[in-house]
Design a protein around this ligand. Structure first.
Ligand SMILES: [Zn+2]
Length: 250
């Protein structure tokens, strides 16, 4: 997140997938922009007043169907990823991917079209955090309130690690990697963006030092396939929690 290139900062997350991959609204809201934007090809923004953020979806397909206005539900189809020749709108191409940004307030809070502050900004000279852009993971933590790491620090933070899941986004299953540098009792849970427990993958298991791979098949505790969207997985060990987000796309 917020990586640097050629003196600029990247203000979102890039999620690479094939052209034509469906793109879904990450939460309930109202489409505040749906149209061409330089550098993106087709762009959609959705205002989420309940969350006091807007979400931005760039490099969408112009030729394929897309939603142009109105309200959306969480997980609703809004567009498809663009082909190489249509996903920047400029005379250059990038591989098909979704540029996904989350920013405080509404897109109307960021008027203008030429400055770092414009609502469509994907790369900025000012650090994105100073422009209201947020890390998707932090955002999910704020929303789900499962990030309270203010517990007593009896464990070194390097005692265990939670790595990014692979693949991400995923379609049918994904693998979560955990590293333990000493034997520990492990809990691993999956939550939705509203903080509801979706599935307990590991419950109070004593694991020895080592590297562990845990699969999630996109099913809840009743065995039902869950909806497309963003989910968090949280590793909890001795009161210490580490959380990451993942995206299920169907
Ligand atoms: Zn990007």
């Amino acid at each position: 997140m917020f990586s640097e290139d050629l003196g600029r900062y990247h203000a979102g997350e890039d999620v690479y997938d094939e052209a034509g991959t469906p793109v879904y609204a990450m939460a309930e809201g109202t489409i505040s922009y749906s149209g061409y934007a330089y550098g993106y090809g087709y762009l959609i923004t959705i205002d989420h007043p309940d969350l006091d953020v807007y979400s931005l979806y760039g490099h969408l397909s112009t030729r394929r169907w897309k939603k142009t206005e109105g309200t959306v539900n969480k997980g609703e189809l809004i567009a498809y990823l663009g082909d190489e020749d249509e996903n920047t709108g400029g005379n250059y191409t990038v591989p098909p991917h979704l540029h996904f940004g989350i920013r405080k307030g509404s897109r109307y809070d960021y008027p203008g079209d030429a400055s770092d502050n414009r609502f469509t900004a994907g790369w900025t000279y000012t650090h994105p955090a100073n422009l209201g852009w947020m890390d998707a993971t932090d955002f999910i933590n704020v929303m789900t309130d499962i990030s309270d790491i203010s517990e007593q620090p009896s464990l070194s933070p390097h005692t265990f690690e939670l790595l990014p899941n692979y693949p991400n986004p995923f379609n049918s299953k994904t693998t979560i990697k955990i590293i333990l540098n000493e034997p520990l009792t492990v809990n691993l849970n999956v939550y939705d963006v509203n903080g509801r427990l979706i599935r307990s993958l590991v419950v109070n298991e004593l694991w020895q030092t080592g590297i562990y791979l845990v699969e999630w098949d996109g099913r809840d505790k009743s065995g039902r396939l869950v909806a497309t969207g963003i989910y968090c997985y949280q590793l909890e060990i001795d009161g210490h929690r580490k959380t990451r987000s993942m995206i299920l796309l169907k």
